[in-house]
Design a protein around this ligand. Structure first.
Ligand SMILES: Cc1cc2nc3c(=O)[nH]c(=O)nc-3n(C[C@H](O)[C@H](O)[C@H](O)COP(=O)(O)OP(=O)(O)OC[C@H]3O[C@@H](n4cnc5c(N)ncnc54)[C@H](O)[C@@H]3O)c2cc1C
Length: 392
């Protein structure tokens, strides 16, 4: 059993207050994320990223030389919690902040760091992640988008799918095959490509997440050079493993669950006391689960910050938090049915629950399906049992 210290400290709680004041001042009440039918919501997110950047809060955990303020991982955790609880007013930019930037810091050349990190830290740029393909999702290493040697560079052709925010992104963090023959995890390379490069075509996929979320991206002879390669050629798989570890704890899903669960009795007011007792019992249990998921997240973050995180830790957290997301969404939907359809706080609550339900349904697929997380966890636990048996 690991010993944990979950005290976040005064700086973190001060930061929470600062973020709540900024959100109250800059984000309209009832905001449901940047990707709705209303273009004003995207504009809110773009503007808000600039405000966060001015306060040094967009990339708070980054070192100062890259445009951050060297905050602790706990302060960055507070930022994630407050943002997700309020339907992510950073819009698509959380990806650049959470995993694109940190990965470029670890693997990028000086030139790549100079080119990419300051615009992310200023909140000026949106990235998309070009990993999944029509026949390669869970089995990502089987991907077929090919980068073929062409003089001193490569020509890239193939298709990506489910690419979030590709219509609005300026850059793509692309995984492509540069050689074949060995294990399928070998011969993959990460490219940092501008979305305006000739040969890239984006086609939106309409979904319940709104009109701007998911896309197909086609690459037809797109030209890349050595300068566009992140890390080493043919060794992109290890970079991607890091990306996925950052990404899988990047969204503080428990924070929105907890906020909405806590809001329910307030919004229901006097009706709350007359609600069926079993429903209120389920509500209390769900709130406890949200707090357990929060503690699990803190355990993973603590392990990440000391470089001792194991894939099983992130898998266990993701299984817990994505289930919490879906089961809390189902319960909140039942509770919301008792909320009168009135304007103001009650209407905002019903709409927020509806939005939470739609996103929660995608949670067990996005960033790797829950079944694959279960397999990863089982392998790791059973491997441990076998090793203990062998030792005995
Ligand atoms: C909201 C959302 C946003 C996304 N954004 C991005 C993005 O920005 N960039 C990107 O690259 N991708 C993105 N994805 C894609 C996501 O990473 C994939 O959908 C996911 O990895 C699953 O792959 P798949 O859809 O091909 O399903 P498949 O891999 O075909 O899986 C289908 C089903 O079979 C199950 N399954 C598959 N293999 C096994 C196995 N060996 N054992 C047991 N069960 C198995 C899976 O668990 C799943 O239930 C996004 C997805 C969603 C939902």
């Amino acid at each position: 059993m690991r010993r944990m210290d979950f005290t976040m400290g005064e700086a973190a709680s001060g930061l929470r207050g600062e973020l709540r004041r900024l959100i109250a001042a800059e984000v309209p009440e009832g905001f449901l994320g940047a990707f709705t039918d209303d273009p004003a919501d995207l504009a809110v997110a773009q503007r808000f990223c600039g405000v966060l950047a001015e306060h040094g809060l967009l990339c708070a955990a980054w070192p100062e030389r890259f445009g951050g303020r060297g905050s602790s991982v706990w302060e960055q955790t507070v930022v994630r919690e407050e943002m997700w609880a309020q339907h992510e007013p950073r819009g698509a930019q959380y990806m650049g902040v959470n995993w694109v930037g940190p990965t470029i810091m670890r693997h990028g050349t000086e030139r790549q760091q100079r080119e990419h990190l300051p615009p992310i830290a200023r909140g000026e740029v949106i990235w998309c992640q070009g990993f999944s393909e029509p026949d390669s999702g869970s089995d990502l290493a089987s991907l077929r988008t090919a980068a073929r040697r062409d003089g001193d560079g490569w020509q890239i052709s193939g298709q990506k799918i489910w690419t979030s925010y590709a219509t609005m992104a300026q850059w793509c963090f692309l995984l492509a095959r540069t050689s074949a023959g060995g294990r399928k995890q070998q011969g993959l390379t990460v490219f940092l490509l501008p979305m305006e490069a000739p040969g890239i075509v984006v086609r939106p996929i309409r979904s319940m997440l709104g009109p701007h979320h998911l896309n197909e991206v086609f690459f037809d002879g797109v030209r890349a050079t050595e300068a566009d390669v992140l890390g080493r050629v043919d060794e992109g798989w290890s970079v991607v493993q890091e990306v996925l570890a950052f990404e899988r704890v990047g969204i503080a899903r428990y924070a929105r669950c907890e906020r909405l669960l806590q809001a329910a009795p307030e919004v229901l007011a006097e009706r709350w006391e007359t609600m069926p007792a079993p429903l209120r019992t389920r509500w209390a249990r769900m709130l406890t689960r949200a707090r357990r998921a929060r503690l699990l997240a803190y355990q993973v973050i603590a392990a990440q910050s000391t470089g001792t995180v194991a894939p099983a830790d992130t898998a266990a957290y993701r299984i817990a938090v994505t289930r919490l997301d879906q089961e809390s969404a189902a319960l909140l939907t039942e509770l919301a049915a008792h909320v009168p359809d009135e304007q103001g706080a009650r209407r905002r609550f019903r709409r927020a629950v509806d939005d939470h339900w739609r996103y929660a349904n995608a949670a067990t697929v996005a960033s790797g399906s829950i079944e694959m997380q279960q397999i990863l966890l089982a392998r790791s636990l059973l491997g441990g049992v076998r090793r203990a048996g062998e030792a005995a």
